[in-house]
Design a protein around this ligand. Structure first.
Ligand SMILES: Cc1cc2nc3c(=O)[nH]c(=O)nc-3n(C[C@H](O)[C@H](O)[C@H](O)COP(=O)(O)O)c2cc1C
Length: 207
């Protein structure tokens, strides 16, 4: 079957690793989501904070079982064909909100028809972004996110990635009508990243 013969639009989960109102990463990933919708994808934006996951604690898992938020994340992953993710960089690492949520996800076991956490992620494309008001844009954390998702979660991390520096100047918070980043060369990278994820998701659902 060719990509054009796919019977339904690819569904992308839109995630930010930020736990901050007014997040630059949320704004960047929503711009990516808009571009994905312009390519025919359906997007679902979710806030990882809504999962209310405690810091990973094996004793708590033993005593209380898997938190509902981890099962919900598994369900979100199972219901989507790919992911758009933008995470802040904290001291050169990905944000604890993102890592903690996915560490919980990695522990979710299959039950009945429901896949395990890593079965729900396996083979699905993900596009990586980071945004920072700093000069490096969070680029030091992106290789870590790439390794984390491609190895333990078997995700297809697309080659294109975007670390957006000076995000406070480059995002058009007050101009959503612009639908683009201020610097055309960075906007072109974002276009390629989104197209790659949408293309991979289409291939996946048509295979
Ligand atoms: C604990 C902490 C560590 C940070 N470390 C970095 C860093 O290593 N590199 C960087 O570019 N910005 C760093 N920042 C600044 C964040 O990029 C900035 O807070 C950004 O707004 C976070 O993204 P958000 O707007 O999506 O929440 C750090 C911020 C905090 C709170």
């Amino acid at each position: 079957m060719t990509a054009s013969a796919v019977s339904r639009p690819p569904r992308l989960l839109v995630l930010s690793g930020s736990a901050r109102t007014g997040s630059f990463n949320r704004e960047l990933v929503e711009l990516a989501a808009l571009k994905a919708r312009n390519l025919g994808a359906e997007t679902t934006s979710v806030d990882l904070r809504a999962l209310a996951l405690p810091v990973l604690d094996a004793d708590l898992l033993q005593a209380q079982g898997m938190p509902a938020g981890a099962l919900r994340l598994r369900d979100w992953m199972a219901q989507h064909d790919g992911v758009l993710l933008s995470s802040p960089e904290y001291n050169a690492l990905p944000s604890p909100l993102f890592i903690n949520a996915f560490d919980w996800l990695s522990l979710v076991q299959a039950e009945g028809e429901q896949p395990s956490g890593t079965a729900a992620t396996a083979g699905k494309p993900v596009g990586l972004m980071a945004a920072s008001p700093g000069a490096l844009g969070g680029i030091r954390a992106l290789p870590i996110v790439r390794t984390y998702l491609s190895t333990n979660f078997a995700m297809v991390v697309v080659p294109e990635q975007l670390a957006l520096p000076l995000a406070d100047q480059q995002l058009h918070a007050q101009r959503p009508d612009l639908e683009r980043l201020a610097k055309p060369e960075l906007d072109a990278v974002l276009d390629r990243l989104v197209a790659s994820v949408v293309r991979q998701a289409r291939w996946r659902i048509s295979a």
